[in-house]
Design a protein around this ligand. Structure first.
Ligand SMILES: CC(=O)N[C@@H](CCC[C@H](N)C(=O)O)C(=O)O
Length: 369
């Protein structure tokens, strides 16, 4: 088996949530210790790692970022190397991202190019967001690159396809947590209680009209509620419901509109349901905006590369805190096809591992050119 497919499987076994990637960090550091130390400068930041691979005659520093965290989801792939961390899964491909990063890094240590290349193993992409604090950290300062690249697996494309576009690739995002507090009591005496299941259900229905009625139809946005918790038993009225979701928008104005409308809806609901409601917008990611000239140069290279099909894609409503990096540093993110019947954040996501050696070769060659 290809050694980087083996690494992907090892990492797939041990998915960890944001800022708890201790075993993952230890695994990565252990692998790095097996390479020629003369060529590398390594530092850690929380559960992340920075590695500078020294070039032969460097005039600039190229950055390459991979995310390293998993999701709080139970895996259902049936794979022999399924997660041994019950309730956590690499369901967004960060195991594949890491193994590709290690492969490219290894190639550049063994066959250095002129420029320095900084590899960023970034924690907490799925939440609460590692990129923003990482960029502000003291540890990052000596590693800051002049340009930055990152990739993301795309289940819907075949292996060998690369998709990206200049300008906005991923949306602005904001998490959404809302707690409804009422009064519990006997199911038979609703008039003596304040039922938060009824209040929150109305809210969930009404919040959908924010996108359809308040956002300019030419300016896309999404509000998704992914989790509801509340109540204790079928015949007790619930005094607390928590809804958890995420909002996506293609402009900062539209995101502000979503937040303002939610605040006003909440104020109305407090009045109409006579309850206490707390809103928390959690972590917010800036949209991923690809640098035009880096994208064109990359596209030009990919178009003539044997075994790669480069396609222009549409902007996606996915979020990525790589957006904080492209805000500060000219950068490019691209999708890589992994041909899975099940999509991102699905319990059965099963990327085709042939993408790993192919992308290691392609990205190493891109850096070498
Ligand atoms: C690529 C991808 O799937 N990213 C995540 C980022 C989540 C950000 C945050 N936790 C949120 O839910 O808003 C995504 O869900 O798009």
């Amino acid at each position: 088996m290809d050694s980087f497919i083996k690494i992907r499987r090892d990492l797939h076994l041990i998915p960890e949530l944001g800022f708890q990637e201790f075993k993952t960090q230890a695994y990565l550091l252990d692998y790095l210790s097996s390479l020629d130390q003369e060529r590398m400068v390594i530092d850690t930041w929380r559960t992340g790692i920075f590695v500078r691979v020294k070039g032969l005659n460097s005039t600039r520093t190229i950055g390459y970022r991979t995310d390293i965290d998993g999701l709080p989801m139970k895996e259902n792939t049936g794979l022999e190397f399924s997660s041994i961390h019950e309730g956590n899964m690499h369901a967004c491909g960060h195991d594949v991202h890491m193994s590709i990063a290690l492969g490219v890094l290894t190639n550049l240590v063994n066959e250095p190019i002129n420029d320095d290349v900084v590899f960023i193993f970034q924690p907490a992409e799925e939440g609460p967001g590692g990129a923003e604090p990482l960029l502000k950290s003291e540890e990052f300062k000596p590693f800051k690159p002049d340009v930055i690249y990152g990739l993301h697996i795309a289940p819907e494309y075949p292996v060998g396809t690369i998709a990206t576009k200049p300008g906005m690739l991923f949306a602005h995002t904001s998490e959404l947590f809302i707690d409804f507090h009422g009064l519990s009591g006997h199911a038979a005496f609703p008039h003596l209680t304040n039922d938060m299941i009824v209040a929150s259900s109305h809210f969930i229905t009404q919040v959908q009209s924010v996108v359809s009625r308040n956002v300019n139809p030419l300016d896309s946005a999404v509000i998704t509620i992914g989790k509801i918790t509340g109540g204790t038993v079928q015949n007790v009225i619930a005094d607390h419901v928590r809804i958890e979701g995420t909002m996506r928008a293609l402009s900062e104005e539209a995101m502000l509109k979503l937040k303002n409308r939610i605040e006003s809806l909440v104020n109305g609901f407090k009045e109409s349901f006579q309850c206490k409601i707390e809103v928390d917008f959690g972590s917010n990611y800036y949209g991923v905006i690809n640098d035009e000239s880096l994208t064109n140069e990359f596209f030009h290279f990919a178009k003539q590369y044997d075994g790669i099909e480069a396609v222009l894609c549409n902007v996606a409503m996915t979020g990525e805190d790589f957006g904080y990096m492209t805000k500060e540093i000219p950068g490019l993110m691209f999708w890589i096809g992994v041909n899975s019947d099940f999509g991102l954040h699905n319990q059965k996501l099963n990327p085709d591992e042939n993408v790993i050696p192919l992308m290691i070769r392609f990205i190493s060659d891109f850096m070498k050119q």
